[in-house]
Design a protein around this ligand. Structure first.
Ligand code: SF4
Length: 229
């Protein structure tokens, strides 16, 4: 299938929630943040690129998707019952980056960064619900190159290759160290599954503000470790 570009992702940011996060409710700072938010929303244009892709082959610690081999034991096991996947890149957009470069003052730049983050989260939520509805996926899970040692960030290159040309399509570039520009961008592979999975279940990092599931120290051993012959 050809990659699909979405350039009308909805951004719906809860103003009270943003002010609470920035500890700025009912303050002058809060009023400045909301003015900055309005200015950001006036220029923001988040976008996504994704495709419906099919699995060609699988081994002990890899899967081949449309001729591209992704090397990860965890991805391989998570895709046990799957025949198709949805690689994607979602970005808050270059327009917002350009906007934020013009913001002056350290505190204001911090607020602008948090606003860009909120735009990305909101756009990502819209992208995910549209993808799930379009393909009637039901329960899904997602894996991202670089979030676990098992699937290194260098595999970003293959993900971009699978999607064709995300730079031309939505303005997201991959650096030599496999980071995305604009930095407020996310990439991964989503798939339908009956098994609950979050990368965080396998990640021991303490005090992570983004944690979505508790660390399970036995999960790798129980679900993913290869049985040696
Ligand atoms: S705990 Fe934090 S660092 Fe670890 S996978 Fe989850 S979000 Fe990423």
């Amino acid at each position: 299938m050809e990659p699909v570009v979405i350039d009308d992702l909805k951004v719906d940011i809860h103003r009270g929630g943003l002010l609470r996060t920035l500890r700025a409710e009912d303050t002058d700072d809060g009023r400045q943040i909301l003015a900055l938010l309005d200015s950001a929303l006036g220029v923001s244009s988040p976008k996504a690129i994704y495709k419906e892709a099919f699995i060609d082959a699988r081994g002990d610690d890899y899967v081949v998707v449309e001729g591209i081999e992704f090397k990860s034991r965890i991805l391989r096991i998570n895709l046990d019952g799957a025949h198709r996947v949805f690689p994607y890149v979602v970005t808050a957009g270059r327009e917002l980056d350009v906007w934020s470069f013009a913001v002056t003052g350290m505190l204001e730049q911090y607020w602008a960064d948090k606003i860009k983050e909120a735009v990305l989260h909101s756009a990502f939520r819209d992208f995910t619900s549209r993808l799930i509805a379009t393909y009637s996926l039901g329960t899904t899970a997602v894996m991202n190159p670089g979030s676990l040692d098992d699937w290194p960030i260098s595999e970003q290159k293959k993900l971009f290759q699978l999607l064709g040309d995300p730079t031309a399509a939505i303005g997201v570039e991959l650096t030599d160290s496999y980071l995305m520009i604009p930095t407020k961008s996310v990439s991964g592979i989503r798939f339908a599954t009956q098994t609950t999975y979050e990368n965080c279940q396998l990640c021991p990092r303490e005090n992570c503000p983004g944690r979505r599931a508790p660390y399970d120290p036995l999960l790798y051993e129980n679900r993913y470790k290869a049985i040696s012959s």
